[in-house]
Write a protein that binds this ligand. Structure first.
Ligand SMILES: C[C@H](O)[C@H](O)[C@H]1CNc2nc(N)[nH]c(=O)c2N1
Ligand SMILES: N[C@@H](Cc1ccc(O)cc1)C(=O)O
Ligand SMILES: [Fe+2]
Length: 520
């Protein structure tokens, strides 16, 4: 991933703010670069010599961990700040507004020292708040908004960090402090800013990735990711001329799923799968193009696709569902592991997710999850994505007493599908509030799956649980404008009620007409 293209800091909050889901913790640029060079070295060795790769991996891992620790003090904002400064003398002198959060050891005494430092670096204080620290009431937390040149700001932070009267200092983006008014996409075009990636399972960075030591594979993966980085809302999704190897990988997964499906997949999945075969989109000899799949979805449920460069943060991924948009990867898993891959690829998206997204009731439900995620707190996003994980990705349900799979991660990975339905894993009844706090990993087969009484029962339970979430406002997608509206005024609600009344009138007219003798 090219960090500059993949990240956008102008969209209201930096990536780290959106990805506090445990797994989704963003690496700082510094950590990433260090990791990259260590990994490059390791790769060189494992590519070009016959040294036992096991030993290499252990050693490299140690170096990564150490480096990670050393750089832990730099936040993403500080890295961005110092990068901005290095652009030239103009940039150095540009005034920057910023918010600092400080933990003061000696209460108000420390505060006066901090204010003096700000004065010394010719900064001005625009806002100041203090409160007792929640864990240790003898200490004080302060929020200080300042305005000063970027160079001075960086110097100030460094000097504050050295001060013994401060427990710690955090710099956060100026527009990132209001929890009451969080930024979230209001229109599908805003999703151009919602494509933050989690880099942990990229073949470039993860030594366990099946493509880690395959140069050609990594180049291809990168070439396809570039398409996603360059993509903007409204563009047609570029055609990919898949290689024979890629089509063969698809074919082997496709044929195995086709074989297992009648016995193991839920009815809704099987219904749309057949439709996709009839339309010639699902065939064993070629990977469907995202554009044709997007058009198919649009006709059935109004869902559409946009290309994604890799595994997205849960917040960004869920947000797009609010607009009935699914962010889909376009590259193909490594040929050596058709039965399972640690990161989503287009086989997972196409074979796993698409059939259910073309099902009207499931599409509606997916959009509701998306809407519930907009402006949700980090801990709510974490719960939401955990439930999503154990349902949409890895869910099992009963159908006339028989356990079937509806989770996309099972229907795109026959290795895991067979594992899930064997007697190896533990099966538990699906209960959103309990499932929401179950830890999971996505590198290997799951040890635990949740089984719903039925597919519909899962949707109902999930829906009820989602609507009880604590977000202090309600949102609605307006299909006429394609915008998400916050329902916060009597006027908006009145006009909505009017609109719904008109629809109800049409529905009751239809019922009355059907009841008339002339209709029979
Ligand atoms: C919301 C939840 O975390 C879920 O597993 C998401 C995460 N990011 C993703 N990103 C991509 N590209 N494709 C996916 O299927 C997902 N799934
Ligand atoms: N394991 C899935 C792909 C996948 C990986 C990670 C995820 O978060 C989701 C899906 C497969 O092999 O098809
Ligand atoms: Fe998925």
């Amino acid at each position: 991933m090219d960090f500059n293209q993949g990240l956008n800091f102008q969209n209201g909050y930096p990536a780290r703010r959106r990805s506090l889901v445990d797994d989704a913790r963003f690496e700082t640029l510094v950590v990433k670069q260090t990791k990259q060079s260590v990994l490059d070295e390791a790769r060189l060795r494992s590519n070009d010599s016959s040294v036992d790769p096991e030993i290499e991996i252990d050693e490299t891992q140690k170096v990564i961990e150490n480096n990670g620790e050393n750089d832990a003090g730099l936040t993403e904002e500080e890295v961005v700040l110092s990068n901005a400064i290095s652009e030239g003398p103009e940039a150095e002198k540009a005034l920057q507004r910023a918010a600092l959060i400080l933990r003061l050891r000696e209460g108000m005494n420390s505060l006066s020292r901090v204010l003096k430092s700000i004065e010394k670096y010719q900064g001005s204080v625009c806002h100041l708040e203090t409160r007792p620290n929640q864990n240790d009431t003898s200490q004080l937390d302060a929020l200080i908004k300042v305005e000063m040149t970027r160079v001075s700001l960086l110097q100030l932070i460094r000097s504050l960090r050295q001060s013994s009267s401060l427990e710690h200092v955090t710099l956060i983006g100026e527009d990132n402090i209001s929890a009451k008014n969080p930024w979230f996409p209001r229109h599908a075009s805003d999703l151009d800013n919602c494509n933050h990636l989690m880099t942990k399972y990229e073949p470039d960075l993860d030594m366990n990735h099946p493509g880690f030591a395959d140069k050609e594979y990594r180049a291809r993966r990168k070439e396809i990711a570039e398409i996603a980085f360059a993509y903007n809302y409204g563009d047609p999704i570029p055609f990919i001329d898949y290689t024979e190897t890629e089509n063969k990988t698809w074919g082997s997964v496709f044929n195995t799923v086709l074989e297992l499906m009648p016995k193991h997949a839920c009815a809704e999945y099987c219904r749309v799968f057949k439709l996709l075969q009839e339309e010639g989109i699902f065939t064993s000899n070629k990977i469907p193009q995202l554009e044709e799949m997007s058009n198919f979805l649009r006709r059935h449920t109004g869902f559409s696709l946009r290309p994604a460069a890799g595994l997205l943060t849960a917040r960004d991924f869920l947000a797009s569902l609010a607009f009935r948009i699914f962010q889909s990867t376009q590259y193909v898993r490594h040929k050596n592991t058709p039965y399972h891959t640690p990161e989503p690829d287009c086989i997972h998206e196409l074979l796993g997710h698409m059939p259910l997204l073309a099902d009207p009731s499931f599409a509606q439900f997916s959009q509701e999850i998306g809407l519930a995620s907009l402006g949700a707190s980090d801990s709510e996003i974490e719960k939401l994505s955990t439930v999503y994980w154990f349902t949409v990705e890895f869910g099992l349900c009963k159908e006339s007493g028989v356990v079937k799979a509806y989770g996309a991660g099972l229907l795109s990975a026959y290795g895991e599908l067979l594992h899930a339905l064997s007697d190896k894993p533990e099966l538990r009844p699906f209960e959103p509030a309990v499932t929401a706090v179950q830890p999971y990993q996505d590198q290997e087969y799951q040890p635990i799956y949740y089984v719903a009484e039925s597919f519909d029962d899962m949707k109902d339970k999930f829906r009820r649980w989602v609507s009880a979430m604590s977000r202090p406002f309600e949102v609605r997608f307006n299909p006429h404008t394609g915008r998400v509206e916050v329902l916060d005024s009597v006027e908006k609600l009145e006009s909505l009620v009017h609109q719904l009344n008109t629809e109800v009138l049409h529905l009751s007219n239809a019922i009355n007409k059907m009841k008339m003798p002339s209709y029979q």
